[in-house]
Design a protein around this ligand. Structure first.
Ligand code: SAM
Length: 302
């Protein structure tokens, strides 16, 4: 594994990965970049980042876990002059422990290269972000100045020990009114993320502001202005549902995709559902529901 120092590059320190016969083919549209960043969270990111800029809040943006750039490209869209995007990912280097290595092999290794990330990013932006190709734990060394960020996206390892560390990195990196988005806080296959997120809420002062099916949004500052900013938008008119909950006295908004009216079943689909044994029918229905929940945009299982 390259050391964190040798693997890090500033925006212009690396040549573009454009040329050469083995150059990865960049995506034609941000939504065609493989990844797990869907319309509802794209809109939430756009809304929150735009509102910060309109309110005159400046600060850097940090992403832990970028894969092939699907979410990083959108984060880069929101950089204002003088702001910096830093992304940290293992890309094609080795993980520091066996469990993380198994996670990498199962979900990312076959498709992920740093060159692929760079090609996708440069298809939509003139310069690369600052790239830290290393385990996210290196960020605890203070290379991201305390209080320098306005938005942090945590979407790297799903293992409890890693996520708890990533949340601590986010806490230190964020300015007082900064926002953190934590991916996969409630998925069946990521109990370690749930544990780390709710631990941060109940023992670490993290306040939830928004929950979507995929992400938890919170702040260590005052959640009320963020709530107000979210409520300025007519989400329902755009095909989303908006609900409010209270968790141990903490008010939180929930956004989801509105259910579409059930489409009449096609002949082959009805026949398949009728013929399958009940357990398989339930699994198929669950799969279709997950696809619908994720907005169906280029998603793949993790
Ligand atoms: C779910 S993907 C990120 C998806 C991306 N944010 C998107 O929206 O498409 C998780 C990423 O975390 C990276 N990763 C996993 N463990 C890591 C670790 N310990 N340190 C840094 N990156 C890690 C993987 O290489 C992978 O690219």
């Amino acid at each position: 594994m390259p050391s964190a120092e040798t693997a890090e590059s500033g925006r212009s320190a690396l040549p573009r990965s454009g040329g050469g016969p083995d150059a990865p083919r960049p995506a034609a549209h941000p939504d065609s970049i493989p990844g797990w960043f869907f319309r509802l969270d794209q809109e939430a990111f756009r809304h929150l980042l735009t509102a910060q800029s309109e309110a005159g809040r400046t600060g850097d943006i940090l992403e832990l876990g970028s894969y092939l750039g699907r979410s990083a490209v959108l984060l880069g869209d929101h950089l204002r002059p003088g702001e910096r995007l830093t992304v940290c990912d293992l890309f094609d280097s080795e993980a520091g422990d066996a469990d993380n290595d198994a996670e990498m092999s199962m979900s990312y290794r076959s498709s992920l290269t740093r060159r692929g990330f760079e090609a996708n990013y440069l298809a939509f932006h003139p310069e690369l972000p600052t790239i830290v190709q290393a385990p996210t734990s290196v960020l605890a060394d203070g290379r991201v100045p305390d209080g320098s960020c306005r938005f942090v996206h945590v979407d790297a390892s799903h293992l409890y020990e890693h996520v708890a560390g990533d949340i601590e990195v986010a806490r230190k990196a964020l300015a007082e009114d900064g926002l953190v988005a934590l991916d996969d806080y409630r998925s069946e296959h990521t109990p370690g993320v749930s544990a780390a997120v709710w631990q941060a809420v109940f023992t670490g002062g993290l306040r939830p502001v928004l929950l979507t099916p995929m992400k938890f949004y919170g702040t260590w500052g005052d959640p009320e202005p963020v709530r107000e900013v979210l409520l300025t938008r007519d989400w329902r008119a755009e095909g989303f549902t908006v609900d409010e909950d209270a968790i141990a006295g903490l008010r939180v908004l929930r956004l989801n995709n509105a259910a579409r009216p059930a489409a009449p079943r096609s002949g082959p689909r009805r026949l398949l559902l009728d013929l399958l044994p009940p357990a398989a029918t339930r699994a198929l229905r669950r799969g279709l529901r997950t696809l619908r929940e994720r907005g169906g945009a280029g998603g793949r299982g993790r």
